[in-house]
Design a protein around this ligand. Structure first.
Ligand code: P6P
Length: 339
């Protein structure tokens, strides 16, 4: 009787390696860097899963560059990513939501990448046990970049070499893309094996969805166009699949992940309280815009494609609308006064 054994799933590491082998232009450096990010995700997962027990809950009484209370887990996740990405010499520097300036590792020419991340998105939800996440993007250093600096980070999102996120939800999942031609793939963490196993190969977002996601509490701050868009989605029109359902977790990674898998639209538009928008362009909006476009969706700030925006500041904010192509187009029609 041949035992069932454990069906050997495709691990993140093997999937990346095979992707590397399939791309003659790629080198081991890029592959090794992505595997390092996967390893960091395992370490952060372990800390997040123990959060309730390991007394990492509660604020550290410190305040980060955003003026936000730093939760212990934020700090731990940030330190973990710094420590992991400093190894192996592939990453020249990192930019983190938790750090005012970039963290410089090396100017060595062999360190060909820089990494941007939000180590723990949704930290205000940590101590109420709601899903949180890590968001990351990988940029190539300029060929002629002798000294790595902030200029290596201030690139439009369309220049990303890779982007992804980890969602610490009912299970931990890492979603990654190295570009439209390579697709978007999800790996679910199996703690009994200690590996991320391929669970969602080639994620494609539906052309149109039936859910919208926005903080309705900001209604009074929206532009008239956004208010009319909101009313349109809530009006009864069975033929057009309305009213849409409304879902809002309050963690970008969770709301974006659901939208990516199910379709529909997530919106955090600029408003009278946040005229530049609330979310960060470099390490929140750009990685998700990269992923959504690679999965067949769209990402805009209501007026322009997110991936075209040329950043001028490391922590600059933006409005963000992510989702199914048709749902994002509808938002833009209202936001631009065409409806
Ligand atoms: P609001 C979490 O603090 C966060 O940065 C994103 O993860 C999330 O989408 C947004 O803020 C929620 O903001 O104003 O709705 O609480």
């Amino acid at each position: 009787m041949i035992s069932d054994g454990v069906r050997t799933g495709m691990t993140l590491e093997t999937f990346i390696m095979e992707g590397m082998l399939g791309s003659p232009a790629a080198t081991g450096v890029f592959t090794s860097l992505l595997n390092q990010i996967g390893y960091a995700a395992k370490l952060v997962t372990s800390k997040v899963r123990r959060a309730g027990l390991a007394n990492v809950l509660g604020a550290t009484e410190q305040v980060n560059v955003q003026g936000e209370r730093v939760m212990k887990l934020d700090e731990e996740a940030n330190d973990t990513l710094l420590g992991t990405l400093r190894r192996r010499g592939h990453c020249a520097a990192v930019a983190s939501e938790e750090l005012e300036h970039i963290e410089h590792f090396t100017d060595d020419a062999r360190a060909r990448y820089v990494v941007l991340f939000d180590p723990l998105d949704g930290s205000s939800n940590i101590d109420v046990n709601i899903s949180i996440g890590t968001i990351f993007g990988v940029l190539r250093r300029d060929e002629d970049s002798l000294q790595v600096g902030e200029k290596d980070f201030l690139k439009p999102g369309k220049e990303l070499a890779a982007a992804g996120y980890v969602i610490y939800g009912s299970s931990t999942m890492l979603v990654l893309s190295t570009g439209r031609e390579k697709g978007v793939h999800g790996f679910t963490y199996d703690p009994t094996v200690g590996e991320f196993l391929l669970s969602h190969e080639n994620i494609r977002i539906p052309e149109k969805g039936s859910t919208y996601s926005i903080n309705e509490g900001n209604f009074g701050r929206w532009t008239d166009g956004v208010k009319r868009w909101n009313a349109h989605l809530k009006a009864e029109d069975k033929a057009d699949g309305r009213p849409y359902g409304m879902r809002y977790v309050g963690t970008l990674v969770a709301d974006a992940h659901r939208t990516l898998l199910r379709g529909g639209v997530f919106a955090y538009p600029a408003d009278t309280k946040s005229p530049e928008g609330k979310l960060r362009l470099l390490y929140e909006a750009n990685p998700f815009a990269f992923l959504f476009e690679a999965a067949g969706g769209s990402a805009t700030d209501g007026q322009r494609r997110i991936l075209d925006v040329v950043p001028t500041k490391l922590h600059q904010r933006t409005g963000l609308v992510l989702g199914s192509k048709r749902d994002v187009e509808l938002f833009e029609e209202f936001a631009q006064g065409k409806r």
